[in-house]
Each structure stands twice: as C-alpha cells, then as structure tokens.
Design a protein around this ligand. Structure first.
Ligand SMILES: [Cu+2]
Length: 406
C-alpha cells in the first residue's frame, strides 16, 4: 500500500504519466477515427524517418525522404489538452539526420530544436495541445538544408479536435498537396529488379511461339513463366493473340498487340529522379501532386461517396513555395474552416479556398448529383503537373438539381 502511495505521489509531483495511449495514425487518404474520449490523455506518437525510392508518376522514380515511409506522412488525430509524447526515430539506412517541426506545438522550433535525430537513433519530446485545429508538420533538419527536407516529402497533418469534438460526417478524407522539383540523379535505382518484364521480353516470347511452341515449353525460364503468369499463353487462347486476362480487360487497358512489331527501347536502368535545388529556388516545380504522386486520387484510387452523404476533407498544402487554390469542380463547399482554424471563422458557400504554404483547411460538403467530381488546385496549369484528383458519387439522379436538356 505504501508503494502504491509513493507511486501516486511520484505521478502527482513528477508529472510522469502512469500510462499513455497510442495515437491513431493513418496514411492518406484515410483519416483516423473520431475521438470518443471526453478527457485529455497522454498520447504516444511513433514516427520513423525513412529515405526511400518510390513512384512520383508512372515510370518516374524519385528519391523521397519521409515519415513512416509514406508521402505525405501519417495523419495524427488527438484532442485538445492531450499531452503528446512524440517518438522520432531515424532508420539506420538514412543518409541524413531528420527532425520534426509540428505547427501544433507551443515551444522552440515546434519541436525541431529537440528532435534532430541521427540515423539509427531516437529522440523523444513532449508537448501539450493548447489550440484546436488542423496543423501541418514538417521536417526542419538543417543538414543539408531545411528546404531539401521539406521538398523531398517530409510533411503531413495533425488534427487537434476541440473540447467537444467534431460533429459526425459520413466520410473524412486526408488530401495533401505538394510540389516536386526534379533532375536526373547520378544514383542508380536499386529498388527495382535490374531486368524488368517489358515488351522486349514479349517480343522474344512471340518469336519463340513462332519458332517452336514445344521447345519453348521445355526451355521456359523464370522470365517466361512470369510473362505467362500475367499475360497467359496465346497458343492456349481461343482468341489468337489475346490471353484470357487480356480479353477480360477493357480494350483501353490492352496495350500490347502481339501482331504488331514491338520496338520499345530497353528502359534506362539508372533512371531516377532527385531534388533540383535550383528549380526549387526558382519556384519552378515539375510536379504539383495530391498525396505524394501523380494519379494518387485518380482511377481505382478515386475517393468514393454516396449522393447525399456528408463529406469532410482535411486538406494540407506544403508548397514548399506555391499556395493552393483548392476547388472541387461541380461542387460548392457548405462549410470552410478557414486556414484550418477550429472554433475560429467558418465560412459558408465557398467555391475555392486559398491554402497557404505550410497551411491547411477543413472543408465540408454534400454531393447532390451522381457523377465524377474533380479535386483541383485551380491554378489550372498545375493539373498537368498532377494537381488533380477525383471523387465519384453514386446514387439516384436529381433532375430537379441538374439535368441535360438537349
Ligand atoms: Cu528530414
């Protein structure tokens, strides 16, 4: 009993929490669940800085720097008054030290001054959330330079829910806009196999089929079996030149016609993009993307809702230079929490909202008419650079709201 009393006293006078919750974090476009707690708690967040090679666009590999291996980094959701115990480690394979500046912090550097962490090590600091709102976080390591860490992908969003929480909606999404300034790297992309399954291989296969199907069967190697796995054998197909999988695909997806000559050049194995500080300094991005890569919110990755549902988007923009004119083509925001402030100014009936560099906004809307709706930065030349996504709404049509007449 005496020991327990000492433990309580230790807790009361040291401020050391008896336990900590693990924060709910998610990768874009997912958003952590609503907070149901009614009291503040101590919440642990675990981030790991990771440098990795990933897709910036189709066929474009880039040397990203990240938190937890995703660009943008995870979204964090906590409650007003929570104490965040932030654990930042740096993967042992990293080349550079990293840190974190959270705009939700009241303290020097937003945490950057106490979180610079060398490869293979961990730093821990604690802060209390004093203001509700949607906040950007980003790396601010000075080695080699703060802009390099931001431009390479180290950013994301932290939501501090107000005391009484948010009103419930049917869907919440996390969307983050960022620019990339690229140049061809001297480094080789070691993250992909040196020999890829490419049309050249298909050409070989076609030649083999013509020469001797039986011999091919005997000589089938790894590359051939891989090709067969994905494309099937034309000799087994009822429709010459097309595998079952190819036949199952829409025509637009069947890009390889075995009857046509295949003269695609062999891919450049070393082709890899990295940051161009010169383009960054001139504020000339090659890519302006949502959620870390061109097409992250298009095609099969489009956001999906039902007509009539309430939708909330937590939208961040890092720049690093550009400000965003966030707009959804064919939709009007019912509510806009200006600059991501909560319990601040809520605007209504907004077409386009301005999001500064390293700023955020919360928008709410309901789609009334089924169809595809494009999310854009309405600085419209940027859509060619990737600043475009899609929300697909399904449901009953509403001709009283929208219909084609003639
Ligand atoms: Cu960094």
């Amino acid at each position: 009993m005496k020991g327990f009393a000492n433990w309580i006293i230790l807790f009361m006078f040291s401020g050391i929490p008896a336990y900590a919750l693990e924060a709910d974090i998610t990768s874009a476009p997912d958003v952590p669940a609503f907070i149901t707690r009614t009291m503040p708690e101590t919440v642990e967040v675990h981030f790991e800085a990771k440098e990795f090679v990933g897709d910036l666009a189709d066929g474009k590999r880039y040397k990203f720097w990240s938190y937890n291996g995703t660009v943008p980094g995870p979204m964090i959701r906590v409650r007003l008054g929570d104490t965040i115990e932030f654990h930042l480690s740096n993967h042992s394979s990293s080349q550079f030290p990293h840190n974190i500046d959270l705009h939700a912090v009241n303290g020097p550097g937003g945490g950057a001054s106490v979180s610079l962490v060398a490869p293979g090590e961990e730093r821990v600091f604690r802060f209390k959330t004093l203001h509700p709102g949607l906040y950007v976080y980003h790396c601010a390591s000075p080695i080699p330079s703060i802009p390099a860490h931001i431009a390479n992908g180290m950013y994301g969003l932290l939501l501090v829910e107000p005391k009484h929480g948010f009103h419930r909606v049917d869907h919440e999404f996390y969307v983050f806009e960022s620019e990339f300034f690229t140049q061809v790297s001297d480094d080789e992309d070691l993250s992909v196999p040196k020999v890829e399954v490419i049309p050249v291989e298909l050409k070989k296969k076609q030649e083999k089929i013509g020469a001797s199907a039986e011999k091919e069967k005997k000589d089938e190697g790894f590359m051939d079996s891989l090709v067969n796995t994905f494309f099937g054998k034309s000799s087994d197909s009822l429709e010459p030149g097309k595998s079952d999988i190819q036949k199952a695909l829409p025509d637009s997806f069947v890009e390889t016609d075995l009857d046509e000559p295949l003269d695609s050049p062999e891919p450049e194995k070393k082709y890899l993009l990295e940051l161009s500080l010169e383009k960054g300094s001139k504020e000339q991005p090659d890519y302006v993307v949502f959620n870390g890569r061109q097409g992250a919110l298009l095609g099969a990755n489009a956001l999906k809702v039902n007509v009539g549902e309430k939708v909330r988007i937590f939208f961040g923009n890092i720049g690093p230079n550009g400000i965003s004119s966030f707009h959804i083509i064919g939709e009007i925001f019912d509510r806009v929490y200006l600059e991501g402030a909560v319990n601040g100014v809520v605007n209504r009936n907004v077409q386009t909202t301005l999001v500064p560099s390293a700023g955020a906004v919360i928008v709410e809307f309901t789609i009334d008419v089924p169809g595809d709706y494009l999310l854009v930065d309405h600085s419209i030349f940027r859509i060619d650079k990737g600043a475009i996504g899609m929300i697909t709404a399904v449901g009953d049509s509403s001709p009283e709201i929208f219909e084609s007449i003639k």
